[in-house]
Design a protein around this ligand. Structure first.
Ligand SMILES: NC(=O)c1ccc[n+]([C@@H]2O[C@H](COP(=O)([O-])OP(=O)(O)OC[C@H]3O[C@@H](n4cnc5c(N)ncnc54)[C@H](O)[C@@H]3O)[C@@H](O)[C@H]2O)c1
Length: 463
């Protein structure tokens, strides 16, 4: 029996990134009867997936990969051969915001998706199920069906939508125990049959009632809407943080009070320096663009305000730093604690820390960046800023030595556990802390001598 025949079906995932890698590792671990291959054009990424130094930092991921790597989970750069052999193809390539031409700055750039679709047609010799795992504009499946099924080989491709709802930092728990899995298909016979094949995969470990099926358009749109609603909650509470600072209300108390209302719920109500990550901004802008294309200008403006509020919050944070540090930070050493867009990931895409660092550098501050997982990405993000204005220091105690201020950018647990007495002693005075995540014990820091500026509440200052 060949290796191939041992398995019930062959699954392929095109795109070995933050979504493709963890998702396929989980499917392979839970479905030993399926062969799962993950391919990417980025050879360095594939090489890393085949070592113990995975290309992304995600708690618990290596353990899951190790369950099945070499058994029924394979990482490869041979995209064409893998397409040929696959029965079911998940496409998890990147879909960034378009930077050129029509819809630049808003629309999704579908070039990677379309190239992949054309390659699937070229390399295929049999019918296949093609699954949109990437986040895509509503009705993309229609365009993809057209491209895929315009082949003269008599091959039928059934396009499904199965958006990914995992969050970086908790990807393994999210994949193991998701709130729901969503599978969208055409409502005809072949669509529903293909849908059932994908349901069968997830049903290996997910209770059937949490596997939702819908029409393909609802599925595509639901992913954009989920991200828009999540980001909207952050922008909403951040807008209130600004009002709290003017009124002596405390945003943490407001969050607690409203979050107890089960119609509202308590999650995603922490005021912060702003949301980041590769998805929220891009997906809302995509939603805005789609609304504009359908002539729904008011709907577009409504959702766009979520992104505008996020920009405002970042700007406001730096303006506040500047104002309280006597209207000049030129030449002052400022330590940023954290650069990843959130804790437990090394991902810095769209991290608020990028904008904060750039604005501080524009004010001629000397910025020192510390982060347990994201220093390499940070150096890449700020490459244009030059080494005279920015430094990367892993050890937070070294990063703060001689600093005038600390700004908390990421809610890493380690920043809650530092010896702030030791830190205070090594800093210039007056020493400032700007808590962009509201994670520290502000009263304790004030008692040590710091001037403390939390978000959304009255600052604690010695002058
Ligand atoms: N990152 C998240 O938390 C998250 C969550 C849910 C959904 N998504 C969506 O999933 C999709 C992928 O996101 P990601 O964060 O994994 O992106 P990523 O950039 O980490 O990974 C995408 C990978 O696709 C590869 N690729 C591009 N074109 C290819 C081609 N023609 N053939 C083979 N490989 C190709 C790239 O080299 C890259 O490694 C996006 O649409 C995103 O919106 C992301």
């Amino acid at each position: 029996m060949s290796v191939t025949n041992k398995f019930k079906k062959q699954i392929l995932c095109i795109g070995a990134g933050y979504v493709g890698g963890p998702t396929m590792a989980m499917i392979a671990a839970k479905c030993p009867d399926y062969k799962v291959t993950v391919v990417d054009i980025n050879a360095a990424r594939i090489d890393a997936w085949n070592t113990d130094h995975l290309p992304i930092f995600e708690p618990g991921l290596l353990e899951v990969v190790k369950i099945s790597r070499g058994r029924n989970l394979f990482f490869s750069t041979d995209v064409d051969a893998a397409i040929r052999d696959a029965d079911i193809i998940f496409v998890s390539v990147n879909t960034p915001t378009k930077t050129f031409g029509e819809g630049a700055g808003r629309a999704a750039d579908l070039q990677y998706w379309e190239k992949t679709a054309r390659n699937i047609v070229k390399c295929s010799g049999s019918d296949k199920i093609i699954i949109e795992k990437s986040t895509l504009p509503v009705r993309t499946a229609a365009a993809m069906e057209r491209i895929l099924n315009a082949n003269d080989k008599g091959i039928h491709f059934e396009v499904l939508s199965n958006p990914e709802f995992l969050a970086e930092g908790t990807a393994i728990a999210d994949l193991e125990n998701p709130d729901r899995v969503l599978i969208g298909s055409q409502m005809n016979e072949s669509g529903l049959r293909a849908c059932q094949e994908v349901v069968d995969i997830y049903a290996h470990w997910i209770p059937r009632e949490r596997i939702l099926t819908s029409n393909v358009w609802s599925s595509e749109l639901s992913k954009l809407v989920a991200n828009a609603f999540l980001a909207q909650r952050i922008s909403s509470i951040n807008s209130i943080s600004a009002l709290c600072e003017k009124t002596e209300a405390d945003v943490k108390e407001v969050s607690r009070a409203i979050g107890k209302d089960c119609r509202i719920g308590s999650r995603f109500l922490n005021a912060s320096v702003g949301f980041g990550g590769s998805c929220f901004k891009k997906d809302i802008l995509n939603l805005v663009y789609i609304c504009e294309c359908y002539g729904l200008t008011d709907v577009a403006r409504y959702w766009e305000s979520v992104v505008l509020m996020n920009d405002y919050q970042k700007r406001r944070f730096v303006q506040n730093m500047l104002r309280v540090m006597f209207n000049t930070i030129a030449g002052k050493r400022i330590a940023l604690f954290g650069f990843a867009f959130k804790a437990d990931t090394g991902d810095t895409r769209e991290s608020p820390a990028i904008d904060i660092a750039r604005q501080l550098i524009e004010e001629r501050a000397h910025v020192v960046i510390s982060d347990p997982e994201a220093l390499e990405n940070a150096a890449h993000d700020l490459g244009e800023c030059g080494s005279s204005s920015v430094e990367y220091v892993g050890d937070p105690y070294k990063a703060v030595a001689g600093a005038h201020a600390i700004a908390i950018m990421t809610e890493w647990k380690l920043y809650m556990e530092l010896d702030y007495k030791k830190i205070f002693d090594s800093m210039e005075k007056p020493a400032f802390i700007f808590d962009g995540r509201n994670i520290l014990d502000h009263q304790k820091l004030y008692d040590l001598g710091f001037n403390v500026f939390p978000l959304g509440t009255t600052p604690l200052k010695h002058f």
